[in-house]
Design a binder for this molecule. Structure first.
Ligand SMILES: Nc1nc2c(ncn2[C@@H]2O[C@H](COP(=O)(O)OP(=O)(O)OP(=O)(O)O)[C@@H](O)[C@H]2O)c(=O)[nH]1
Length: 337
């Protein structure tokens, strides 16, 4: 039986992994893909942002970072996917794993070599790393996870080149080439990248990795930046758009440097569709999401990831942005006897 190819999609927080994945899922390449989604924080939103009108199998792993606490989950999920494929319950030709933006890809890649059951069923095709041209210089200076993601890449994809000058792109490319001369650098404007150069490329070369990281197969020790934390805001009442705009505008101005990533799916009063909030540091954007269905439970959820997050300010401030509760229908008062 041939091995199932696996692509690890990595890249720092907000670098465009989900955007690229959506692009791949929408493209008519005739392949069925099982997606394993791992997000930092106790609640994810990526699952809601992925296109799901086809028959992809999307499995969420939200209880921690794939490279450490949930590696056991990864083994289990890969085992279950294989079993379902073998008994005909699922049909897919490949797997894509989207890691959290804070994952070190090495231990994830290692899974495909050190676990016999997995290595007998799956083959690591390539590590594809997204690099955010707007924020990468700073991220590479400050976060060793960002460096590992570049160092282990078999393909480097540059996103957000539209937000910087050509000169800045050139400087970043030079730095990336110095860090990883093996990986070709491709452009990925909003995920637009040549898919044939990302999937089935047999890019992962264990020998090359062992040359740069001789302990690759034995070394599971890695450190996370424990200062980075996450906070999830949830509400079952809609937001008042003007208040939310004001509040988020101010928060981003004041705490932008600490807010490494924020994203959410929101209910705004009077709007029939979800609104998707996206942000990396000071760069914030909103977009229309899927319409709310009749009778569907509506909940807004925003995940913030960063250092020294002002959790109380976020909680209280966002609470104050909720629209006033709709007055309950006036029920005739019961006459007391
Ligand atoms: N200007 C610009 N924005 C982009 C580009 N690619 C992605 N984005 C935006 O960047 C934001 C983050 O994109 P995502 O695809 O969610 O990034 P991610 O890597 O999945 O984020 P996390 O998984 O949360 O770390 C979204 O608002 C995207 O629309 C690009 O090439 N140019």
């Amino acid at each position: 039986m041939s091995l199932i190819p696996v692509t690890i999609l990595t890249g720092f927080l907000g670098s465009g992994k989900t955007t690229l994945l959506n692009r791949i899922l929408k493209e008519h390449h005739g392949q069925r893909i099982a997606v394993i989604e791992n997000e930092f924080g106790e609640a994810g939103v990526d699952n809601e942002l992925l296109v799901q009108d086809r028959d992809e199998q999307i499995v969420e792993m939200n209880n921690g970072c794939i490279c450490c606490t949930v590696r056991g989950d990864l083994l289990r999920i890969l085992g279950e996917l294989h079993a379902k494929r073998s008994n005909g319950a699922l049909s897919f030709e490949r797997v894509i794993i989207e890691t959290t933006g804070l994952a070190d890809p090495a231990p994830v890649a290692q899974t495909f070599f050190v676990d016999e059951e997995i290595s007998g069923r799956y083959e690591l095709d390539a590590i594809v790393t997204l690099v955010d041209a707007k924020h990468a210089m700073m991220q590479l200076d400050e976060h060793h996870e960002a460096q590992e993601q570049v160092g282990f890449a078999d393909r480097l994809l540059l996103s957000k080149t539209d937000l910087v000058t050509e000169d800045e792109v050139r400087q970043l490319e030079q730095r990336l080439k110095r860090m990883n001369p093996r990986a070709p650098i491709l452009a990925a404007h909003f995920g637009e990248a040549p898919i044939e150069q990302l999937l089935d490329i047999h890019g992962f070369n264990l020998n090359a990795i062992l040359e740069i990281e001789p302990d690759f197969l034995t070394d599971v020790e890695h450190e996370h930046d424990d200062d980075v934390v996450s906070f999830v805001f949830r509400a079952e009442r809609p937001f008042d758009t003007a208040r939310l705009d004001d509040f988020l505008g101010t928060v981003v101005q004041v705490y932008g440097t600490k807010l490494m990533r924020y994203k959410g799916v929101l209910e705004l009063a009077g709007r029939p569709r979800r609104v998707v909030l996206q942000g990396v540091h000071m760069l914030m954007a909103t977009d229309e999401g899927a319409p709310w269905k009749a009778g569907e439970k509506r909940e807004s959820r925003i995940v913030f990831i960063g250092r020294e997050l002002p959790k109380d300010i976020l909680q209280q401030g966002l609470d104050l942005c909720l629209a006033a509760p709709v007055a309950a229908e006036t029920v005739p008062a019961r006459r007391e006897r």
